[in-house]
Design a protein around this ligand. Structure first.
Ligand code: GSH
Length: 206
């Protein structure tokens, strides 16, 4: 099994953190997005969208979309289930993963694309959309803070893929200097605890 990543790419980082959390051994193939390696014919044959990450199975089948890759790995390596166990917990992990993916992680990716000078030539930047992303990040952080007052992890008592997506989103927001309010103490405590997990090393920005 091969995992194609660019270690700087936020989507690749969340899958790398998931792999590290589950201690799965697989071969990592580096695709340098800045050098357009994701646009080569070889790579487009693996993912016609030209995006990392991609998981290539030993039968040659290729899976893209970070959450699809994580779900495949969770089912194939049942140690440390990260998508929840049982119908109710699976649904709750799914619910929180959707909330933090759409409201926080994707908003943080889009905020960077639409506001950071390094993306200026690559994206048509829409400042008003960047502001909507900033507001979405703030709302998501408040929602998370309220949740983390009552639960140890994002989706309940167990660490899950929802923590990984949320952590990667918060890290990215921090990179764009859209840090959660210091008043959000429960979120801050969870963030520090998550940062201390060995798996977080692949997702942490300096
Ligand atoms: N929905 C996809 C998004 C993947 C994605 O946007 N990957 C970015 C890196 S974070 C990429 O490869 N961008 C290169 C491009 O779109 O040209 C997922 O969840 O994996």
């Amino acid at each position: 099994m091969k995992l194609y990543v660019d270690r700087l790419a936020p989507n690749a980082r969340r899958v790398l953190m998931f792999v590290a959390e589950k201690t799965i051994e697989l071969s990592i193939v580096e695709i340098n997005v800045a050098e357009d390696e994701h646009r080569s014919d070889d790579f487009l044959a693996k993912n016609p969208l030209g995006q990392v990450p991609v998981l290539e199975l030993s039968n040659g089948s290729c899976i893209s979309e970070s959450m699809a890759i994580c779900r495949y790995l969770d089912e194939s390596f049942p140690q440390t289930a990260l998508f929840g166990l049982g119908a109710e917990q699976r649904a709750i992990v799914h619910m929180w993963s959707r909330r933090v993916e759409l409201g926080l992680f994707v908003a943080a990716v889009d905020l960077g694309h639409h506001s950071h000078p390094s993306f200026r030539g690559h994206f048509e930047q829409v400042p008003a959309y960047a502001e909507l992303c900033r507001a979405s990040i703030a709302r998501s952080c408040e929602l998370l803070d309220a949740q983390l007052k009552t639960t140890r992890f994002v989706a309940g008592d167990e660490f899950s893929v929802a923590d990984i997506v949320a952590y990667c989103g918060v890290e990215l927001a921090r990179l764009w200097e859209t840090t959660p309010e210091t008043a959000l103490q429960s979120l801050g405590k969870w963030q520090q605890e998550t940062a201390a997990r060995p798996s977080a090393a692949v997702a942490r920005y300096p």
